[in-house]
Design a binder for this molecule. Structure first.
Ligand code: NAG
Ligand code: NAG
Ligand code: NAG
Ligand code: NAG
Length: 159
């Protein structure tokens, strides 16, 4: 098994304003590529923290579109989301989410989260994994449901 980190893709995916976009291996400009999170809610109780949201992604080059519902009640590792609908032309993508703990105190109200999309490219047979992070909030008591966009910051391919 060969694991390739898509440096070109990663460079174009990072939010860095210093790096000139180099494009992906497919030549597709992913500068505008984003995932849309809606209905975000998260909170912590004595038993632990939980999250609940929907996430959608558009089709972009070889990246399939998807719609998924993610929920979990633990911190620190990815849990599979439920695919609500996906691209019909590619293999069904797989979506996972996690809550990170940069700071195990939740007193600052920041819910660091990550979403990851995995799919098999029909042409090359390679499995791609795109991951993006966002600092959302623990909004269960204070605020309405949140919406935000995530820009994937890493991409890997496994042949
Ligand atoms: C997620 O989307 C589904 C289907 O559109 C909807 O029924 C559900 O209420 C949404 N959930 C959240 C948390 O937004
Ligand atoms: C993507 O890769 C990360 C790190 O290896 C893994 O934890 C995650 O589960 C993968 N995502 C999917 C959707 O398989
Ligand atoms: C974690 O967050 C709390 C509340 O904001 C803060 O007082 C504490 O210093 C933070 N700890 C670290 C290691 O960042
Ligand atoms: C979230 O906040 C942590 C701690 O301040 C920071 O290290 C991290 O880069 C932030 N992540 C994002 C995606 O902004």
């Amino acid at each position: 098994m060969q694991i390739i980190t898509l440096l070109a893709a990663t460079a174009s995916l990072t939010t860095s304003s210093t790096a000139a976009p180099t494009g992906t291996s497919s030549g597709k400009d992913t500068a505008e590529y984003r995932w849309q999170v809606t209905g975000w809610s998260a909170g912590c109780a004595r038993s632990g923290c939980y999250y609940d949201f929907n996430v959608t992604g558009p089709e972009d080059g070889n990246i399939p579109c998807f719609q998924a519902y993610c929920s979990g009640d633990d911190v620190g590792y990815f849990k599979q989301c439920e695919i609500l609908s996906g691209s019909s032309t590619s293999s069904i993508p797989s979506v996972a989410a996690e809550l990170d703990h940069y700071n195990t105190s939740t007193a600052d109200g920041i819910a660091a989260m990550a979403v990851s999309l995995s799919f098999v490219d029909a042409d090359s047979g390679a499995r791609y994994n795109y991951t993006g992070h966002h600092n959302a909030t623990y909004n269960q008591f204070a605020a309405p449901l949140e919406s935000f966009k995530i820009k994937p910051d890493s991409a890997t391919a496994v042949l």
